[in-house]
Design a protein. Structure first.
Length: 450
């Protein structure tokens, strides 16, 4: 399986790639971006230090100016790209060594040049250069820089102080120190859960959007009488919220809360993941905003968010982007949610109850050989003769009572599909229509329950 993905580079360390690959990737980046200054950071994963060491070695051997910002969250890395001490060199891009929400055995590289992630075309160009190994040579410059104090000052200037009681579950990842420390400094009563730096992630899955891993924080919120909880991923850019009744909030519901808050102040557009529940689009329209649907994937969402100058953007994975900072940040999103709760003078459960639930499946997979995948999509696209359809990424069919999405899996010989319906009867109707259009899905759909 290739480590070169649509929006970044990642894979299983020691099996799919190792430090030699990191070294070659460093040389390839240095060749493509010759003479630039790059910030390099890393998360707490066990393999991060050695991968970062070899990556930096490759960059320096091609003449790059490397600014090593140490062990940081991904939002701190983004901050380092946007700001710098007036007397210091300003990074012209950067590489974060992280696999974000993936299990501990994974690692990878998030790359930014300018204010946007690498495109698929740029990643392919990098991959081809690594294969050819036609690298330039040079003598680079290496310096270290700590961004923690500047980042903390930025958050304090940008966000409001508060007094709520909050449980923070940092999954022993990169957010474990900075997030609780900053929130305590801003007046919050913080209860720490899994806030030790341990790249093995011993206490829970580092992907909080897999909601079954959130039982401990839900329990802790109830036990402590906290106003809310916040659960982060391995590198601190994603967050899932827990209300005061110990119930997790889907990312769509959290985004809806942010959308309404933004639209009470001004009008504008919001970018959302095509896999999001209809709640997101409906909330945007209900409060006078402009919905902008985009294909799934961090890079696609962020680029559209920046292109449109949107007020905010959101993914079902728990990434929330805000125009006032120009990027996503789990800590910023948490402080924004706390601000909303305090401003409304109601608890988070009461706020969340105003946004209706629907029936929506997880991303479901069914085996499909690579050579058959286009045919399945063509079969599904015939539904577009009767219903509104998008071919943005795969096939998305809109029904009055919900929608169906069919896409190619990026990791295996499989198709992924997802259905949303307003109620059980509508779910059965959509399953029947889809099963008739794509017979290969009929058996899987018969076994599908809400």
């Amino acid at each position: 399986m290739s480590i070169y993905k649509d929006c970044d580079i990642r894979g299983i360390y020691g099996k799919e790639f190792d430090e030699k690959d990191a070294y070659l990737i460093g040389k390839a980046v240095g060749t493509l971006h010759r003479g630039k200054s790059l910030a390099v950071g890393g998360d707490v994963r066990i393999s991060t230090p050695v991968l970062k060491e070899y990556l930096v070695r490759g960059l320096l051997e091609t003449g790059m100016h490397v600014i090593d910002i140490g062990c940081v969250t991904t939002p701190m890395f983004y901050f380092a790209l946007d700001t710098a001490d007036p007397c210091a060199a300003v990074p012209q891009g950067g590489i974060m060594v992280t696999a974000s929400h993936n299990p501990a055995s994974y690692n990878g590289f998030k790359m930014m040049f300018g204010n946007a992630p690498m495109t698929l075309e740029e990643i392919k160009k990098l991959e081809e250069l690594v294969y050819r190994q036609d690298f330039c040579t040079g003598t680079g410059i290496y310096e270290t820089r700590c961004v923690e104090e500047e980042y903390t000052d930025f958050i304090e200037r940008t966000c409001k102080k508060g007094s709520l009681k909050i449980v923070l579950d940092c999954c022993d990842g990169a957010a474990s120190k900075i997030v609780p420390d900053v929130m305590e400094k801003m007046g919050y009563e913080v209860i720490r859960l899994y806030c030790g730096n341990d790249g093995n992630f011993p206490n829970r899955n580092p992907n909080p959007a897999e909601y079954d891993c959130l039982a401990d924080i839900c329990k802790k919120v109830l036990e402590t009488g906290a106003d809310l909880g916040a659960a982060y991923d391995g590198d601190g850019d994603r967050v899932v919220f827990i209300d005061n009744k110990g119930h997790y909030m889907t990312s769509e519901k959290s985004f809806a809360v942010f959308i309404r808050h933004c639209l009470k102040k001004c009008t504008g557009s919001f970018v959302y993941d095509q896999k999001c529940a209809s709640l997101v689009k409906n909330t945007i329209l209900a409060y006078g905003g402009t919905p902008v649907m985009e294909r799934s994937g961090y890079g696609f969402i962020k680029r559209r968010f920046l292109e449109k100058g949107s007020l905010a953007a959101g993914e079902i994975s728990g990434h929330f982007f805000f125009r006032e900072i120009g990027r996503d940040d789990g800590l910023y999103a948490t402080l924004k949610m706390c601000e909303i709760v305090e401003n409304e003078r109601r608890n988070l459960a009461e706020i969340a109850e105003e946004f209706p639930d629907s029936i929506i499946t997880a991303d479901l997979r069914v085996f499909c050989p690579y050579e058959e995948q286009e045919r399945w999509l063509e079969e599904a696209s015939k539904m577009g003769n009767l219903y509104p359809m998008s071919r943005m990424d795969g096939v998305r069919i809109e029904f009055e009572e919900g929608w169906f999405l069919l896409r190619k899996s990026v990791t295996e010989q499989a198709m992924t599909y997802r259905i949303e319906a307003s109620d059980k009867q509508s779910l059965e109707m959509i399953k029947r229509i889809v099963g008739e259009a794509v017979p290969e899905l009929k058996k899987a759909l018969l076994n599908l329950t809400e």
